[in-house]
Design a protein around this ligand. Sequence first.
Ligand code: ME8
Length: 518
Amino acid sequence: MSEPYYITTAIHYPNGKPHIGHAYETIAADVMARFQRLRGREVRFQTGTDEHGLKMAQKARDLGQTPRELADEMSLAFKDLFDVLNISYDRFIRTTDADHHRASQAIWEAMEAKGDLYLDRYEGWYSVRDEAYYDEKELIEGDRGEKLSPQGTPVEWTEEESWFFRLSNYAEPLLELLRKPGFLEPTSRRNEMIAFVERGLQDLSVSRTSFDWGVKVPGADGHVMYVWVDALTNYITGLGYPDGGELWDTFWPADLHLIGKDIVRFHTIYWPAFLISADLPLPKKVFGHGFLLNRGVKESKSAGNVTDPMELAETFGVDALRYFLMAEVTFGQDGSYSAEALVTKVNAELANSFGNLAQRTLSMVAKNMDGKLEAFDSTGDDKALLAKVRDACAVTLPQEFEALNFSVGIEAWLRAVFACNQYVDEQAPWALKKTDPERMKAVLQTLLIAIRDLAVAIQPVVPEKAAAVLDQLGVPMEQRNFAALTDESWFMANVASGRQIEKPTPVFPRLELPEVEA
Ligand code: ME8
């Protein structure tokens, strides 16, 4: 059986419509999931919505809705967006799902059985926006002298009866985990977490009594779980915890929790501590990606610069949006986007470079060779080009994607596209048509093989467009993966069957910026 791979995104707060940051994270996870499938791994991919907590309850109250109504409406908006963006998730989990309540109560009971939960009184600061507790010494001062969380969000003084988790018992195993190479990446986020643990861990308040929108604490009337306890548990709910079974046996521990940099603490300190307490294996890797900024500025409703990712996908196309986000931003760092940058990049790299390469090659094959493939003798130039393309597609891009360096992998791919276009210009097949038709055929068919390699490798990023090119080439489904990159049987099969390559319609049309209304 092939090696399993379990990848998750953060689950998103459905307290409003999804924004570009949600689309970004989920697209990145989808690229990884598709990439691993094309490498032959058995992938399970989970995303969803995080529906409990005070933030949801307050937002619903402001809107005059019940939390459930708000959650139903907005969770659907996330699911619709992810379907439009071609996100190949296996489960879209909602924390209001019945199996999730069961799983959360089960992990709670396991932590309680370990002796890690006790009842006390919480007195301290809470940020509803971050759904996080903060120590006095972590707070910063706002412009008006008010206290703010380290993320700059408002905090409120909270006093209530609460269950506590003995986080303070876990400093040693957590430090060991955080120091383990590869557990938390990028490594720049590691020191911050190690310092946080080294400053001393306080026990964590894990239940609330002042509202009831959450998972009920077993055996403690009036208590609902702190939203992060149930939120983090989603990763195991989706595999059948606590019942176990095939999904659980195959996929836990997770290979990758892909999350944003603002929630690294929850995933690399709280979550592993809960899991150790419940005697469950720890995830292999947590990656904290950077934030997307709108022309360098954080989006917010008050700044009036909120981008609707659905609108972007409708205006420019899903694959254009996916390509831009993955190619433009160095994964792990913050990045900027704008419609202008998207149009410029996608036109230069997809329409003018890869699209044009495929379009002119296929057109010449259709016109000058009746679309029929033939066996041919290749020269040193042909072999050198294919070696370069294959190195980018079968070696560099996979290595970089494996390490979550998506933009670096795409850059190597793009250099191979450029090499092909340079080869077309140098070989000038249109001139060979009269002087040396056999050589023209060799050049065009070398290009077809190169285009096959390029299209196979870029599938995780632009699945629909790459599939359209592979359809035009007549590459069968079972050969659209990394292992098949060294396999030319699709080519020989086309030669044998006499299948014709038809005059192609362009797969990557040039984009235009919509006119801005004055
Ligand atoms: O944090 N750019 O939910 P969330 C890139 N429910 N990523 C961004 C971003 C931006 N501008 N803004 C947010 C939560 N994100 C919790 C998670 S997981 C058990 C619970 C990322 O809707 C953010 O970092 O606020 C997070 O990974 C994800 O979007 C969901 O954010």
